[in-house]
Write a protein that binds this ligand. Structure first.
Ligand code: COD
Length: 302
């Protein structure tokens, strides 16, 4: 199984994949992109304003002429141009620079760019934690706001694809809820039980789905034992599926900002992965997210 060091190793040398970077007008994004190019994770194509990008690259000890650059006049044009390049096959992955999340997501969703594949797009975050012996995948922390049962099923399928790119062949998927028993007053528990049943019936394959499960029982065998929970996923979750964006987002931020996790995140479900980190994320998070996109694209032939 990969940890983040082996993720970086796996990405190194994959540099043939072209990464269209929309509006890299900030130091952190460009620093990550320069490092990703140096380590041959990807070949970046910068889409933005040359006069803004050139001095930042100089500060970083490199020249703008080292990169392919497509000039655009504003953030929206950058998002549309980058999405169009990926849709047309001129790039293999997309990255958000200094622009609003909704601007890049809307560009990705525009049918004319050809990036949509008919599947649900969802955000998949991967964490390496000092306190957990395996990688932990969380979805959806950033895109789908209040997923329906069918959308949760697709969120699971997307997360499983990322897990498999990380060499977790049959991931354990925990449907996060506030308790372990199905309760008609808590829709999340009803959906969780329905998805676990689909999985048992063989209608949702490639993984083992369990739920409803509270967070402690998903990640701690001790906690599960104390509650008398005997479940193959309990204590061994590879993937945590959040019932809403608020749960997913708070979990992401708690792991990244309070628990000292290494973090990477991409949107999957389109024809190519989208690196979608937030402004507050460090350069390391951005670099690891590029590595994840490169490994995912290589695994899925994107
Ligand atoms: N997957 C595939 N198609 C989608 C998806 C999806 N996840 N979401 C919308 N679509 C399709 C719809 O079917 C429709 O055809 C078209 O896209 C437009 O749909 P709308 O009208 O719902 O789209 P928008 O542009 O109003 O909203 C889409 C967003 C992704 C922008 C919206 O869901 C959103 O704001 N999500 C939260 C983003 C956010 O603020 N995250 C904060 C944490 S980083």
């Amino acid at each position: 199984m990969l940890d983040f060091n082996t993720l970086r190793e796996a990405a190194r040398g994959l540099g043939g994949k072209r990464l269209a970077v929309a509006y890299p007008h900030d130091h952190d994004s460009l620093q990550a992109v320069v490092a990703a190019a140096d380590q041959e994770f990807v070949t970046p194509v910068l889409i933005g304003d040359r006069d803004t990008i050139a001095p930042i690259l100089e500060e970083l000890g490199t020249g703008v002429d080292s990169f392919e650059l497509v000039e655009v006049s504003d953030a929206e044009e950058a998002a549309d141009t980058a999405a169009g390049m990926v849709g047309a096959g001129a790039a293999d992955a997309l990255m958000k620079g200094l622009l609003d999340t909704s601007v890049i997501l809307k560009a990705v969703l525009k049918s004319e760019h050809g990036l949509r594949s008919g599947r649900l797009l969802s955000h998949v975050a991967v964490f390496s934690l000092p306190s957990y012996p395996r990688l932990l995948i969380v979805s959806d922390a950033a895109m789908n706001i209040a997923p329906t049962l069918e959308q949760k099923r697709e969120i699971i399928e997307n997360a499983v694809e990322v897990a498999q790119a990380l060499e977790i062949e049959t991931p354990n998927v925990a449907m996060l809820c506030a308790k372990e028993k199905e309760d008609p007053k808590m829709q999340a528990t009803v959906d969780a039980a329905a998805l676990a049943k689909l999985n048992r019936e063989g209608k949702l394959g490639g993984c083992v789905v369990s739920g409803p499960l509270a967070l402690d029982n998903a990640v701690s065998l001790e906690a599960a034992k104390q509650k008398g929970i005997t479940d193959p996923v309990a204590g061994h979750a590879d993937v945590l599926i959040a019932p809403t964006i608020e749960v997913g987002n708070a979990l992401y931020k708690a792991l990244a900002f309070l628990a000292g996790a290494d973090t990477a995140g991409i949107i999957v479900g389109a024809r190519a992965p989208v690196v979608l980190t937030s402004r507050a994320d460090s350069t390391a998070v951005k670099l690891d997210s590029i590595a994840l996109a490169a490994v995912y694209a290589a695994h899925h032939g994107g």
